[in-house]
Structures are given as structure tokens and as C-alpha cells.
Write a protein that binds this ligand. Structure first.
Ligand SMILES: NC(=O)c1ccc[n+]([C@@H]2O[C@H](COP(=O)([O-])OP(=O)(O)OC[C@H]3O[C@@H](n4cnc5c(N)ncnc54)[C@H](OP(=O)(O)O)[C@@H]3O)[C@@H](O)[C@H]2O)c1
Length: 301
């Protein structure tokens, strides 16, 4: 992406005529090498009117937009989210995401960007469209390269650091009923986990685990049997897809038995709880680290 010294990618009226020919050539080569490109709906409308766009006639292009619309060519597809765009391009080794500001924000916010290439044009624009638009978020970067692309322009190459920015403590339980079945909880209706949640101020992990089990299943009759240990994993995002690497959870687990069978979740974020045969639990759990933990303790419960 080309930016002004102060981080604008276009003037307020979408003018990008201040971007040099050398920068375009550099960008065009990167897109042609990758073979594919993702752009936001507004950028698509502007980019496709430029004469240089003919260089991309063989490129598989995905436009991210909320609604379907008629694209200008057969190799131009529409996706309704960044993840859907990447799915459509899953055959490609590298995917170039090239703006505008709104689309850049969507991709970075969802932790879908590995590297960022920024070409700094020798200009300051008092007003305009910023590289990342309208959202309150932050990501840490590592400078991994730099090169001169003309006498007056430099390219900075960053890696987006994916490791966690927040470490939280959670507690939960493996809860067994009289039939030997295990309690499993749905989060947001999109993923399955053992009951657990954040330890609140003033709580120890045992108290927090009992509170979370009650909130997520309605069960209050809990007999503590033993500690099951601690493991770490990243958070599962609300849509249940992949993991949200901005939060690393340290999870403390305990074994309980209960005489209760009736399940009535109180917490609206966890709409469903169910009893599952122990042999089927690992297959149901969404996060691989939850599966791994459960298989490790299965013979001990
Ligand atoms: N300097 C450079 O290298 C460079 C590169 C590219 C673009 N640009 C400039 O950037 C400007 C455009 O940037 P922009 O921020 O205004 O617009 P944009 O990011 O190109 O497009 C925004 C639109 O994309 C769709 N969109 C974005 N994220 C989405 C998501 N998560 N889910 C569904 N749809 C999503 C929405 O389309 P709908 O609302 O229509 O559904 C949204 O209104 C233009 O002036 C362009 O020339 C500069």
C-alpha cells in the first residue's frame, strides 16, 4: 500500500494521483506474482477505472462487500467477509490485500494479516483516507525489511506479531453425572467447550469454576473430586472459527460429580448445555487444545 508520510492512502476525494509510477510498478508486480488480490468495494469501483488495471486481467480478484453485485469480469468474485475472501483464494500460497482503509481494518482486526508492505510517498496530506479507518484497535509489528523503491520513496516491510496481547486466567470443570456423562457447553451457538470462564476479582480458581458451571448449566450440586491441572490456549472467536490470538487463556480445571441432570443455562452467551458420553466429548470440543486436554485426563476421571 502507498501512503503519505502521515498515513493517508487517498485524498478525501479519492485522489491517488500523488502516488508514483515506481510505486504502482512495485505493487503491480507483487499482485501479479501472487496471482490474486482482495480489495474493498469502494476500492474496486475506483481501481477498475484506472488504465493500469489492465495489468490485472488474469488476476483472480475478490471484492469484499456486504451485498452481492455484478462484477466486471468472471474472475472477479464477491465475498461478504475477510474470511470468506480468503476461503475463495485458498488455492493461492500468498494473498495480497490492498485496501482501502476500511478493508485493511477488517483484515487486521480479525488477525488475518501476516505481513504489511508500506510504500511511503514524499507527501503530507492534511486530510484524507487513512490506512486503517474508524476502529479502536492496536497490533504490534516487527520491522523485517526496508528498501528504496525510487530516489524519493522507501518501502517498509513489517511482520504482524500474532502472539497474545492479553493473558487471562480462567477456571472450569469436568462435571460427571450419575450415568458417567460429561457436561459440555455451547458458546454463542458456534463452538463447544467444557464449562469454564474468567476468574473474577476476589475469587480463587475453585470458586470461579463452580460459579461458571452454575452460570453455564444451572448446576449447583457439585462434589469436588480433584484438581485436573492447568493448560493454555487462545480464545475461540464469537463465530467459532479458528482462534483469537489476542487473548491467551490459562485454564485451571477441576473434576466434579453431580446428582443433578436437568440443564438450564443462565448465561445468555452460552445458550446450550448438554450431557455427552465421555468417548464422544473430544470429538465435540471445538478447540484442539481442549480436545488434547480432555483426552489426557480421560483415563483419570
Ligand atoms: N494508496 C493505496 O495504495 C490505496 C490502495 C487501495 C485503495 N486506496 C484508496 O482507498 C480508498 C477506499 O478506501 P475506503 O476505506 O473508503 O473503502 P474500501 O476499504 O475500499 O471499501 C469499503 C467497503 O468494502 C466493504 N467492506 C469492507 N470491509 C468489509 C467487511 N468486513 N465485510 C463486508 N464488507 C466489507 C464495504 O462495502 P459495502 O458497504 O459496499 O458493502 C465497505 O463499505 C479509495 O480512495 C482508494 O483509491 C488507496
Amino acid at each position: 500500500m502507498a501512503i503519505s508520510l502521515n498515513g493517508m492512502i487517498a485524498k478525501s476525494d479519492d485522489d491517488t494521483s500523488w502516488i508514483s509510477k515506481e510505486e504502482w510498478d512495485n505493487y503491480s508486480l507483487a499482485v501479479r506474482n501472487a496471482g490474486c488480490l482482495v480489495v474493498g468495494h469502494r476500492t474496486y469501483g475506483i481501481l477498475t477505472k484506472q488504465t493500469e488495471f489492465s495489468e490485472f486481467k488474469d488476476i483472480k480478484l475478490v471484492v469484499v462487500a456486504q451485498d452481492n453485485f455484478q462484477t466486471l469480469a468472471q474472475n472477479h468474485l464477491v465475498a461478504h467477509s475477510p474470511k470468506e475472501a480468503l476461503k475463495l483464494l485458498s488455492d493461492f500460497e500468498q494473498v495480497v490485500v490492498a485496501g482501502g482503509g476500511m478493508l485493511n481494518t477488517s483484515f487486521v482486526e480479525e488477525n488475518l494479516v501476516d505481513e504489511i508492505f508500506i510504500d511511503i510517498e514524499p507527501i503530507i496530506l492534511g486530510q484524507g483516507i487513512p490506512l486503517f479507518r474508524d476502529k479502536d484497535f492496536e497490533r504490534n509489528l516487527k520491522l523485517v525489511g526496508q528498501k528504496r523503491i525510487s530516489d524519493n520513496e522507501i518501502q517498509l516491510h513489517y511482520e504482524v506479531l500474532k502472539y497474545f496481547m492479553k493473558k487471562t486466567e480462567s477456571a472450569g470443570g469436568v462435571v460427571k453425572n450419575k450415568e458417567g456423562e460429561i457436561l459440555v457447553i455451547s458458546q454463542h451457538g458456534t463452538s463447544w467447550s467444557l464449562p469454564k470462564g474468567h476468574i473474577e476479582q476476589g475469587e480463587d480458581s475453585l470458586i470461579a469454576s463452580k460459579r461458571e458451571i452454575k452460570e453455564e448449566s444451572g448446576i449447583t450440586d457439585l462434589t469436588f473430586i480433584k484438581e485436573l491441572g492447568t493448560y493454555e490456549r487462545f480464545k475461540i472467536p464469537k463465530d467459532g472459527q479458528g482462534e483469537d490470538r489476542s487473548e491467551l487463556k490459562i485454564i485451571h480445571m477441576f473434576l466434579y460429580t453431580t446428582n443433578e441432570k436437568n440443564l438450564k443455562p443462565i448465561d445468555l452467551e452460552n445458550p446450550e448445555a448438554k450431557w455427552v458420553n465421555p468417548q464422544e466429548v473430544a470429538d465435540l470440543l471445538t478447540h484442539p487444545k481442549d480436545k488434547e486436554f480432555f483426552l489426557k485426563i480421560l483415563t483419570a476421571i
